[in-house]
Design a protein around this ligand. Structure first.
Ligand code: ATP
Ligand code: MG
Ligand code: MG
Length: 571
């Protein structure tokens, strides 16, 4: 999972740059074209997820690295209802990840449905040139005659119908004279091809459906495999990067473009499709259908639930764009499918946040600590660095008082072996404060410890000369119970208990981790009151936390645990 970063696509592009394959091109308006033009072509039918982030980093990242441009293109050739919500969130996610579609002062945001006329024109050309025909077989016959792997298919009885007849039928298909499925336009290639995708693939099908952009203008719609190469060529794409499952579709991609070029619709050099391995991430599902199901069945609290592998979910969880870019950089781009450990994604985040995140103190599982010899009304200011490695970022201060909150786990009435924190008779340092010696504890009627008692050494304060005289092994964090900020904290954990919740035939819902979200009330260093939505901190000894960008209000932040300090995915 930790293979050194590599990207074979760079080598391919460099070779094209060296040979000048795509240099000195101009578009139909005479604008010069950069030698690298890529595109990111989502279908606006769902929210983007971490797998898309990889594609975005590849498509936009390569264009950026080679001074080219990447088109933001909505592949909206399927008639669907208007989903402006999806269009908006996709654009937003791409921008948030740090990419844009403006190049040389021009915007490159496109909708494939704007090319319907061109697709149609080219289809008519293909029929006229004898490269396509209207097939009128039933769906069953068509499937049967397609044959199987290792056995050739059978030609349709309509395959050799006169060109004029196909053209007439196609025009009538467009005019709405037929019902869905009555006829279909197919490419005339080779029913015996070992590649099933070359056995006269469908080009246009009848669908009496409303399209969000073109309305009711069309009742025939192009197939993805036909439309995609044309979209690329219309936009002068040089390198059309896609995931491996399209490898077997590449011969048809090339076929469509070569035929269209023969018809004078495009000039060489034509776009080339290059496949790379998709991202498979452990402990996550990245199928749009399943993500939608989790939202609709309220298994999660919406698309941006911090447990979701969606970009909006990762963002709300506290991931930074830089950490996701770093992750994509680290996993590299290869030709072979593999699984990436969730720990790699979180590792990139830790590495990004370690330097950036200011430190803070939070007590998540509070237990009262009473310093019996501390004067009742006394409050002594303690100082801690904002970041231990960057003194120039300054200091934070908070008071120590007689009553504090400490973590439950920092006290044991009967210490286990190797336990150096609070237990009767032991001394620890209260970080940035004093050394205290534990004297005992109070319990409720059930024997549960409800308060711990100690005495402090007034000359032991951190940063003073006397502190050097105290050598203790334990060093625990705390907040003053009279000054602490009480805040809601959400402890998120993996959404799935199974590393491959999506694997063959499994019901991913069986793999859900029921404890993936815990909401607690925690006590925080008082300065956290000023935390701004989306601001990230390292809570000392706990991990990284972010002020939730939705639920935080001024003076009342709500925190999400982004990630713990150590990788916990390994075992
Ligand atoms: P669907 O879930 O409907 O099959 P999709 O996952 O292919 O859709 P698109 O909106 O078509 O989603 O994806 C846009 C681009 O993102 C495509 O080029 C696709 O190859 C790429 N992509 C999608 N999932 C991944 C993934 N897991 N890893 C890398 N790239 C991906
Ligand atoms: Mg797709
Ligand atoms: Mg998918």
């Amino acid at each position: 999972a930790n293979a050194p970063s590599s990207n074979f696509l760079k080598g391919l592009i460099e070779a094209d740059l060296a040979s000048g394959k795509y240099t000195n091109r101009t578009d139909h308006l005479g604008h010069p074209l950069p030698p690298v033009v890529t595109r990111f072509p989502p279908e606006p039918n769902g929210y983007l997820h971490i797998g898309h982030a990889k594609a975005i980093c590849v498509d936009f990242g390569l264009a950026r690295d080679f001074g080219g441009r990447c088109h933001m293109r909505f592949d909206d050739t399927n008639p669907t209802k208007e989903e402006q919500e999806y269009v908006d969130t996709i654009l937003d996610s791409v921008k948030w990840l740090g990419f844009g579609w403006t190049h040389d002062g021009r915007e490159h945001l496109y909708y494939a449905s704007n090319y319907f006329d061109k697709f149609y024109e080219i289809a008519e050309y293909l029929i006229s040139a004898g490269h396509a025909y209207v097939d009128s077989q039933s769906a069953e016959d068509m499937a049967k005659n397609r044959g199987n792997f290792g056995e050739p298919g059978k030609n349709s009885p309509f395959r050799d119908r006169p060109t004029a007849e196909s053209l007439d039928l196609f025009r009538r298909m467009k005019a709405g004279e037929f019902k869905d499925g009555e006829h279909i336009l197919r490419a005339k290639i080779d029913m015996a091809s070992p590649n099933m995708n070359m056995r006269d693939p469908a080009i246009y099908r009848i669908r009496h459906a409303h399209h969000h952009n073109t309305g009711d203008k069309w009742c025939i719609y192009p197939m993805y495999d036909y439309a995609h190469p044309l979209e690329d060529a219309i936009e002068y794409v040089s390198h059309s990067l896609c995931t491996l499952e399209f490898q077997d579709h590449r011969p048809f991609y090339d076929w469509v473009l070569e035929r269209a070029a023969e018809g004078g619709f495009f000039k060489h050099p034509l776009p080339q499709q290059i496949e790379f391995a998709r991202l498979n991430l452990t402990y996550a599902v990245t199928s749009k259908r399943k993500l939608l199901q989790m939202v609709e069945e309220k298994i999660v609290d919406g698309w941006d639930d911090p447990r979701m592998p969606t970009i909006v979910g990762l963002r709300r969880r506290g991931f930074t764009p830089e950490s996701i870019q770093l992750f994509c950089e680290r996993i590299g781009v290869s030709k072979a499918d593999s699984w990436i450990d969730m720990g790699v994604l979180e590792g990139a985040l830790r590495d990004d946040l370690d330097e950036k995140a200011p430190r803070g103190v939070a007590v998540l599982r509070p237990l009262k600590l009473i310093i019996d010899n501390f004067p009742d009304e006394l409050s002594v200011e303690c100082t801690a660095p904002v970041h231990p490695h960057f003194p120039e970022r300054g200091h934070r201060t908070f008071p120590i008082t007689k009553e504090l909150w400490i973590e439950e786990e920092d006290f044991m009435e009967v210490p286990s072996k190797g336990y150096f924190r609070l237990f009767p008779g032991n001394k620890v340092r209260l970080r940035y404060g004093y050394v205290v010696e534990c004297t005992g504890c109070d319990k409720d009627e059930n024997g549960k410890v409800i308060a711990v008692h100690c005495n402090y050494f007034p000359d032991s304060k951190s940063g003073t000369e006397g502190s050097a005289n105290y050598k203790v092994k334990g060093n625990i964090h705390w907040v003053s119970s009279t000054h602490a900020l009480e805040a809601e904290v959400r402890l998120y954990d993996r959404l799935f208990a199974d590393p491959n919740p999506d694997a063959g035939g499994k019901d991913f819902k069986q793999a859900l981790n029921p404890n993936a979200k815990e909401v607690i009330t925690a006590y925080l260093e008082q300065g956290m009151k000023a935390a701004l939505p989306d601001e990230k901190f390292q809570f000392e000894r706990h991990g990284y936390f972010v002020a939730d960008r939705v639920d935080s209000t001024p003076g009342k932040p709500v925190f999400n645990r982004v990630v713990t300090l150590k990788d916990s995915w390994g075992s």
